[in-house]
Design a protein around this ligand. Sequence first.
Ligand code: SF4
Length: 502
Amino acid sequence: MNFLDAKAAPSREDRLQASIAFGGTCGQVKTCKQAVSQGCTNLSSRRFTMTQGCQFTLSLAILNTLRNAVIIMHGPVGCGTCSTANIGQNKTFKQLRDPNSEGLIWISTNLGEADVIGGGEKKLREAVIYADREFRPETIIVANSCVPALIGDDIDTILTELQKETAAVIMPVHCEGFKTKLMATAYDAVYHGVLKKYVRPPDRNVPLWEPEEKKLRESYRKSRNVNVLNVGSMSRADEVELRRLLEALGLNVTFIPCYAEPEDFQYALETSLNVSICGTHDDYFVGHLEEKYRIPFMVDTIPIGRRNTSVWLQKIAERFGLEQEAERLIEAENALLDEALEPYRKQLSGKRVYIAGGEVRILATAEVIQDLGMEVVGFKAHHYDRFVEPVFEALKNIDTVLFSVATNQPFEMSNILNRLKPDVLITHVGGNNIAAKHGLPLFPLFGPAHNYCGYSGVFEIARRLNKTVRNFEFNRQIARNTALPFKKSWYEQEPFSYIKYV
Ligand code: SF4
């Protein structure tokens, strides 16, 4: 893997043969994936599509977390205004890492019709100089949207020239929405910019007169360093839990990229292993770090659910010869968790659950659901690619369960919910509008204010889920008083009738 000579990261349709349209069962999607090179799911699409994701907005989910940075959204003012939704929490979450952190600062170049004809370069130059003089950030991130890409603004040349005039490092991110239907390409677009502009060896010299013993101690410390690649949907509590588990094995942990500052990326090269939380999120970054800096990486399962967490820990421990320590830790954690989950199992056992969201996360959450004695009746994944393989392994009797691949497409989900009639819906934050009108208890698939990862995450999911299931009167009232926007005839049709396979 080396795409860094290119201006932008390739789309995931091309790089990973990922898919955005499928309707069938878990058993079928797994087989289809194996036949992906024959085009089973890769180029599938829909004859009718209700909504589509944009990689520009998903890129902001990471970019907005970076500390000491100003984001310039180069495009019409509508691109990225979704950031207004997380201004408050963004500041809070940054300050949980560093109390002196600024909140989110962004500027839009506000391109209009005249700029589409005359070009947006002048506005981009003005915005970069303004950001540098007014806010004095360490980094200015320029997120490029569809309009400048379509009219041919050469942002790389402009930004290279501007770099001579600014104190801040300027990082272009090519995340134009129209270039891919696979929103997750956003992660590669961001990491492409980070790898080119943020990651470099630390500027520090080890004095020649440094005592030998100190050098040895430092080298031992580095040999126990791991970078854990956090994701924007993780909470501080998730980081605390994963740090607790890895420190129990004697490892030192650095979390990047979310909520990190530029310096963290330099010291992140002084590590022995890059550990992914989620392959969908990280493979582009860790692959390049291995190629360029010879740092090994681990992309396996996600530490959500007790089996997934145990596998994740064991695989990390193997890299450091700490298998026995990991085994003892896992045993102790499982014993505590079993005791803690018992009352919730009694309440939740037998309930039927539908789970929608990111492919890796939904399957990992299903492990918790099965652990609590509940039944998973269906999944909806934003997209599908090879990173789900290890997560499927933690699940039991799943092959006949419904599996749909759809980036949003609420019409399909509404049809499926109407047929499956689950007792509980676990779904993506922000995707609850139509789902709530079904009158079901809704549990968020993730929440950056709550703990989902590790052993404590399993307990927290159980505790909060139990609360949600016991009282969902608000959603019941929504269902009684509002109508779903689809015609009766749609519910009589097969939910996947608009999917086209190649
Ligand atoms: S698809 Fe293009 S125009 Fe629409 S929000 Fe995304 S970047 Fe902006």
